[in-house]
Design a protein around this ligand. Structure first.
Ligand SMILES: [Zn+2]
Ligand SMILES: [Zn+2]
Length: 345
């Protein structure tokens, strides 16, 4: 079967390997139909991901497929069903795992990043405890997007109750978009999303995030004033992973407000800790998701509360995996979610 492997920075190869091994009792064999390309894959492609730097690596931690076989202990999943799974490999015995916070397991590995292999191959074996059923009416594209959607589910829960609050999200790529959609769906009063690229803001509006600002054309402070008036904003999500966005949010959020950090910072940012202390700000980390976030993500997509199709900007067949990365490298502003078609299903 074919696999897409990042051999080293700036080199993706399609290789042929023997078909999948025999299943263990708790395992599910998935025929992979879609793999989404993630921002962190591209950081790894550049050799600049701060935490994922293992090569060679079979790509892909966002995927959707069809169950083709199950082990003897698997009852919930049957051949023909659609499924995806969390890419977490956790130890189960560190303090974080023991208190159920396994998304920050001290020995966490993510399949396709630091884990042994990702799902960018024709068949992929997943254990039943990390798998989720995708309802029949959902597409394989949607199944492959459950991973980033779960990031949105988790990070917006980190900030507590958003009902009636004004929210700013910096960065309108896939993650920022989905975080903003969750903030709207969780009852925020107004949600403003910012970016430097009109296409991404257009997509945000298509997804129901109505307040947008292009910070190439309008200052952050002007945008906040225009959208929220004197009310300001109480909660912010930093999904751009850049200094300027973090500085704007820390400086702009209401006193006592909350800033949730989601972006991957290639360059370690500077934070005015004195200002943070003086204004009693809450700055919270958010790391991926847990199983309940996957379940909520599936549920909310199935209910139509979270939109996915406007985010998919390009498709590539698995044979052109390298071209997909090269396209993103050359056209970052035109690529939001690039989807790899492992099959035409
Ligand atoms: Zn991802
Ligand atoms: Zn652990």
């Amino acid at each position: 079967m074919k696999q897409a492997v990042l051999k080293e920075p700036y080199l993706v190869e399609i290789i042929d390997v023997p078909g999948p091994r025999e299943l263990k009792a708790n395992e599910i064999l998935l025929k992979v139909h879609r793999v989404g390309v993630c921002g962190s894959d591209i950081h790894m492609y550049y050799g600049k991901h701060p935490f994922a730097n293992t090569y060679p690596m079979v790509q892909g931690h966002e995927y959707g497929g069809e169950v083709v076989a199950v082990g003897s202990d698997v009852t919930k999943f049957k051949p023909g069903m659609k499924a995806t799974a969390r890419p977490h490999l956790v130890c189960g015995h560190c303090p974080a795992c023991l208190r159920g916070q396994y998304n920050v397991c001290q020995n966490l590995k993510v399949e396709g990043c630091a884990g042994p292999e990702g799902a960018a191959q024709e068949y992929f074996i997943i254990p039943k405890d990390r798998a989720v059923v995708i309802p029949e009416q959902m597409s394989y594209d949607q199944a492959a997007m459950i991973e980033p959607i779960a990031v949105g589910a988790h990070s917006t829960k980190r900030a507590g109750d958003l009902t009636g609050k004004n929210v700013v999200v910096t960065g309108a790529g896939t993650i920022g978009n989905l975080v903003a959609q969750f903030a709207v769906a969780r009852g925020a009063k107004k949600v403003l999303i910012t970016d430097l690229v009109d296409l991404k803001l257009d997509i945000a509006r298509e997804c129901g995030v109505n307040e947008t600002a292009n910070l190439k054309k309008e200052s952050f402070d002007d945008a906040v004033k225009r959208v929220f008036g004197d009310e300001g904003f109480q909660v912010a999500f930093e999904a751009a992973g850049v200094q300027s966005a973090l500085t704007a949010l820390i400086g702009g959020v209401e006193n006592g407000g909350t800033v949730v950090i989601i972006g991957v910072y290639v360059q370690n940012p500077v934070v005015n800790m004195g200002f943070l202390g003086e204004h009693e700000l809450n700055v919270l980390g958010s790391m991926m998701y847990r199983h309940e976030d996957y379940l909520e993500a599936v549920d909310w997509v199935a209910q139509g509360k979270i939109k996915t199709s406007p985010l998919i900007t390009q498709y590539y067949p698995i044979s052109e995996y390298f071209d997909a990365y090269k396209f993103i490298e050359a056209n970052a502003d035109e690529a939001v979610k690039v989807m790899i078609k492992v099959t035409n299903a």
